[in-house]
Design a protein. Structure first.
Length: 74
């Protein structure tokens, strides 16, 4: 039994001229924007929720707590 090496393509290879076409540049731009948006959404999902009311005190909100527990913040 002889062992002959058979070349099997590992992937799809395009000619270099195809990489310089207009539609390939449009496709690459779309993929880049899509990747950045996906990463931004994933990052926003893992960060804590930001609420503007945490920074701005309302007029009807007390400046001090009236709780029995002295360590309570609200």
């Amino acid at each position: 039994m002889s062992s002959m090496a058979i070349a099997v393509p590992a992937g799809l290879l395009f000619p270099e001229a195809l990489l310089h076409t207009h539609w390939f540049a449009v496709l690459a731009t779309f993929v880049a924007i899509n990747t950045v948006m996906y990463a931004a959404l994933a990052l926003a999902k893992i960060l804590p929720k930001v609420s503007p009311s945490d920074w701005i005190r309302k007029r009807n909100e007390r400046s001090e707590t009236r709780s029995i527990d002295p360590g309570s913040t609200r």
